[in-house]
Design a protein around this ligand. Structure first.
Ligand code: BES
Ligand code: MN
Ligand code: ZN
Length: 498
């Protein structure tokens, strides 16, 4: 069910809705919306809040029965007023769909809570994203829908005019892309063999102005994609390679997106444990994010050329699988000894990064659920960011901040390069010593980008959430989509200014 938005400048007491959602700060007197609620309950709001133990803390919420144009108010706690960010507004927006989602029509004064310094369009966008992403549900595999969702309309009070309306439109576009990525990640691998995944991509991209090329095994042989073919050879489901080109007229600059698309990672002959495999349908999250982002570049009016590269494979053990000790030759001619078939992501990314680098874009960003070591280092919510170029690294990092996707820089230390030296080939696919696995994986990838500015995002942690958390729902998060879009939009705009 889709949710539509409108912007209104009417007073909260004059807007018809089932629920009126008003923000409450922990450290400030009632604002405009809350005053109206207080009036509607005869001045007893403060006492009611106190009895319920609601103090406006971040993430808290409380229903208050009122007798006005809405029958119920939903108090949404925002915490301290001084450091309110766009991401706090996303989280608050998520509370609206999660708590009031059983009602059809919700009006909210949330935009009024944002500090003057924040742009009205961005405020509306953040609230809209929170409502939409926080209201995401994946019901495809339920025999009976457990959903109680009735929410179809949200009225953003406080005006904001055309900027707010535009912001809400962007929220709908971007959240739709994120939801598609989440759907793909949540889909069981049984339904998402590489050829199916490629077809889903083609379907999504039809009519978006993005040209799609799907390489099958024969085409990949011609293109010498030895890494993708090698990892893919153990599965009954043959690999695919999807290349997507968005090339607006008079393009300003160019960027490449690369996404790891392992539809299921059993580990191959270096097989994982049972529990280690439970979530390994998630291993195509990078590819899903890239495809999803590509699908809305046109709609968002991106002026930069963007090319997406997504290798898709299933990593399986079989009589035809690659063995520990085998050597693969990649697109750029380099070779690697595969000592652990579970370090497969870097093998397929090697070909994709080589192709991306050949085209010499201004920058390459890859997203990959690459290493458990990165999750050990940064936990489940923060992606590792490795860059061979400081300025492009900064560009991606600031895009991620605007998007509200957390990333933290990790190094690509030259002195660790020898940890991936091989006895017989140019390199091996695991680091000796065992520590710093996120970094040796990054160093492996660096061998394929030449000197093109490049950022590697290890999203092994944040690609999925094990519990609902703010506007992330349990399961695939669609992490990376919003950063890629921020990056593409700003890259074009920055090029124009120069
Ligand atoms: N897809 C996994 C990484 C992963 C682990 C993602 C946990 C999400 C959660 C990757 O292909 C993998 O198996 N990496 C190995 C590398 C090792 C064999 C060098 C790992 O991290 O254990
Ligand atoms: Mn693996
Ligand atoms: Zn993997």
């Amino acid at each position: 069910m889709s949710i539509s938005f409108t912007v209104a400048s009417s007073a909260p007491g004059r807007t018809r809705a089932d629920v009126l959602a008003v923000p409450i700060f922990a450290d400030r007197a009632f604002g405009p919306g809350a005053d109206a609620v207080d009036d509607a309950c005869g001045g007893s709001l403060a006492r009611f809040m106190e009895r319920a133990g609601f103090d406006g803390g971040r993430g808290q919420s409380l229903f208050v029965p009122i007798d006005a144009t809405a029958k119920t108010a939903l108090l949404v706690g925002l915490g301290s007023a001084t450091d309110l960010t766009l991401d706090d507004l996303r989280v608050a927006g998520a509370l609206i769909s999660q708590k009031a989602g059983g009602s059809a029509r919700v009006a909210t004064t949330l935009a009024d809570a944002a500090p003057e310094a924040l742009n009205r369009g961005e405020v509306a966008q953040a609230i809209g994203e929170g409502v939409l992403l926080g209201g995401y549900e994946f019901l495809e595999y339920r025999s009976k829908s457990p959903s109680k969702r009735k929410l179809t309309h949200v009225v953003l009070l406080g005006g904001g005019g055309a900027a707010a309306t535009r912001g809400l439109g962007r929220a709908v576009t971007i959240s739709g892309a994120v939801a598609w990525a989440r759907d793909m990640v949540n889909t069981p691998a049984r339904e998402l063999a590489p050829d199916r995944f490629a077809k889903f991509a083609q379907q999504l991209l039809r009519g978006t102005g993005v040209r799609v090329e799907v390489l099958d095994v024969a085409a990949m042989r011609r293109e010498r994609l030895g890494g993708v073919l090698g990892v893919g050879q153990g599965s009954k489901q043959p690999p695919r390679f999807v290349k997507m080109t968005y090339s607006p007229r008079g393009a300003r600059g160019s960027i490449a997106f690369v996404g790891k698309g392992v539809v299921f990672d059993s580990g191959g002959l270096s097989i994982k444990t049972g529990s280690g495999m439970e979530t390994m349908k998630t291993d195509m999250s990078g590819a899903a994010a890239v495809i999803a982002a590509m699908s809305v570049l046109g709609e968002l009016g991106v002026t930069t050329k963007v090319v997406g590269y997504t290798p898709m494979v299933e990593n399986m053990p079989s009589g035809e699988a690659i063995r520990p000790g085998d050597v693969l030759t990649f697109r750029n001619g380099k070779t690697a000894e595969v000592l652990n078939t579970d370090a497969e992501g870097r093998l397929i990314l090697a070909d994709a990064l080589s192709l991306a680098a050949e085209a010499k874009p201004d920058g390459i960003v890859d997203l990959a659920t690459l290493t458990g070591a990165c999750v050990v280092a940064l936990g489940e919510k923060i992606a590792g960011l490795m860059a061979n170029d400081e300025s492009f690294g900064d560009e991606v990092e600031s895009a991620s901040k605007r998007a509200g996707e957390q990333m933290w820089p990790l190094p690509l230390p030259k002195q660790y390069r020898k940890q991936i030296d091989s006895e017989i080939a140019d390199m091996k696919n695991i680091g000796s010593g065992g520590y710093g696995g996120a970094l040796t994986a990054g160093l492996f990838l660096q061998e394929f980008v030449n000197d093109v500015p490049w950022v590697h995002l290890d999203i092994a942690g944040p690609a999925r959430a094990n519990a609902d958390d703010g506007y992330a729902r349990r399961g695939g998060t669609g992490f990376g989509v919003r950063t890629l879009l921020e990056l593409a939009e700003h890259h074009g705009a920055a090029k124009r200014r120069r």
